[in-house]
Write a protein that binds this ligand. Structure first.
Ligand SMILES: Cc1cc2nc3c(=O)[nH]c(=O)nc-3n(C[C@H](O)[C@H](O)[C@H](O)COP(=O)(O)OP(=O)(O)OC[C@H]3O[C@@H](n4cnc5c(N)ncnc54)[C@H](O)[C@@H]3O)c2cc1C
Length: 416
């Protein structure tokens, strides 16, 4: 089959890899000059099944109220006259109900574990390099109650297949001596040794290169304008550079997916959620953590990517605004400097911001649509890097007419 993949982020490229492996003639289209240049460019780097719980959780409405009015709040909600944002937010609140949040976590866990388990196969098939670290992810805590709650949550995640252990302060420091720098505040952590980290951009760019060498066509610098339909099927994609026909079409435009789907009568509740990252060169500084960390107090993640340290986090609901506010980025930098003063050269920090394609239940949208040959692989929100391999394999199987290896019914567009 001729399959046209819309979008060359980590999601589109990984799907293209599996579609090529399945024997299809694959074309990937992206408006940027290369792969992975939007939301997949400088994310937190974590392959974190341990973070499968969606943002929509019972304690989140309370936290949002607590953070109201704080300009450095981990989550900023801009009240806008946009009915789509209001409808999305209502659905988000509904998903904060405990039973729903539990079910969403279980479903996210299934694809996260599947995905994490596929990455070694991609590595051995391709020899791909992307500053991989396999030292696990450690969530660190400053507050005993929070640590105890996290330990209970970790126990439940263990029953779902994501094993972790509770570490006291000394064990945390033994695991990563960089934590000595913040030992006065640290009380312990939850360690998931099978989680990983790596540079999602390097992965996307290198995998795209490998796919191109294996026969996948990449059309960069072309903006997709519309999908043309005929007799209940997608007939072609119109870009500012031409038309592309195909037998099947895969939607992987991240936060921009709903804009192209709307004229087709498909309402995809993916809302852009802005996040920031800061990357510093480690240089001769030997105080940078090498185990990937989640700082639960500041809601930030740390990943060592070769000779760089990436710190990422924050969420802002401000529509499609991609403006980088120095104040927000500087606040991340200041928190990182406070935690790990000798982690690297903070004066050479690189700031970045992008939009997470977030659904109100925090789960991706993977599966078929009302158009026979149009498929979805989008809306991965906070976990696109974690889920890229699992989603790519599952959607490739579905497009190929094979049964996916995991149950993907929960990720269907029909749930909305
Ligand atoms: C601050 C931050 C930290 C994060 N940390 C992590 C983490 O630690 N672990 C994790 O698992 N996930 C993390 N994520 C989430 C992850 O980065 C995303 O889920 C993932 O990158 C989404 O990939 P995507 O391919 O769907 O979107 P994108 O990478 O945005 O790809 C979509 C592509 O579509 C193209 N496009 C859009 N519209 C058009 C058009 N009209 N025509 C042509 N091309 C178009 C874009 O150019 C882009 O290349 C983080 C995100 C942020 C913002």
């Amino acid at each position: 089959m001729r399959v046209v993949v819309l979008g060359a982020g980590v999601i589109g490229v990984t799907a293209a890899y599996y579609l090529n492996q399945a024997g299809h003639d694959v074309t990937v289209i992206d408006r940027q000059d290369g792969p992975g240049l939007e939301t997949s460019f400088a994310n937190g780097g974590q392959i974190s099944a341990s973070h499968a719980a969606p943002w929509a959780a019972p304690d989140v409405p309370f936290l949002m109220l607590k953070w109201l009015g704080r300009s450095d709040a981990p989550l900023l909600y801009h009240w806008r006259l946009d009915w789509r944002q209001w409808t999305w937010s209502l659905r988000f609140l509904m998903n904060c109900l405990a039973p729903r949040a539990r079910r969403n976590t279980e479903d996210n866990m299934r694809i996260s574990l599947y995905s994490r388990g596929l990455l070694p196969d991609i590595r051995s098939d391709t020899g791909i390099e992307y500053d991989l670290e396999t030292r696990g992810i450690l969530q660190i805590y400053e507050n005993q109650n929070d640590l105890e709650a996290a330990a209970r949550h970790g126990e439940w995640l263990g029953q779902l297949g994501c094993k972790s252990e509770v570490l006291n302060k000394e064990q945390c420091i033994q695991l990563d001596s960089a934590l000595e720098a913040c030992a006065d505040k640290l009380i312990g952590g939850i360690y998931t040794k099978d989680d990983e980290s790596g540079d999602a951009y390097k992965f996307t760019a290198n995998l795209a290169g490998i796919c191109a060498a294996r026969g996948v066509t990449f059309r960069y610098g072309e903006t997709i304008e519309a999908l043309r339909t005929q007799h209940g099927k997608i007939e072609s994609v119109r870009t500012d550079g031409g038309n592309y026909s195909g037998d099947a079409f895969l939607m992987s435009l991240g936060s921009y997916s709903p804009l192209i789907l709307r004229p087709l009568g498909i309402n995809l509740p993916v809302f852009p959620t802005k996040g920031y990252s800061v990357t510093i060169p480690i240089g001769s500084g030997n105080g940078a953590p090498s185990v990937s960390l989640t700082d639960e107090e500041n809601k930030l993640v740390y990943s060592r990517l070769g000779d760089r340290l990436r710190i990422a986090g924050t969420a802002e609901f401000s529509g499609y605004d991609t403006n980088l506010e120095e104040r927000r980025a500087n606040s991340i930098l200041a928190k990182a400097r406070q935690r790990f003063p000798s982690a690297g050269d903070f004066d050479k920090a690189e700031f970045w911001t992008a939009l997470r394609p977030l659904t109100p239940d925090g789960m991706p949208v993977i599966g078929a649509t009302k158009y026979d040959n149009l498929f979805m692989n989008t809306g991965h929100g906070t976990l696109g890097w974690t889920m890229c391999a699992g989603s790519g394999k599952a959607i490739s199987d579905l497009i190929s007419g094979a049964a996916p290896e995991i149950d993907i019914a929960a990720y269907s567009l029909d749930r909305f």
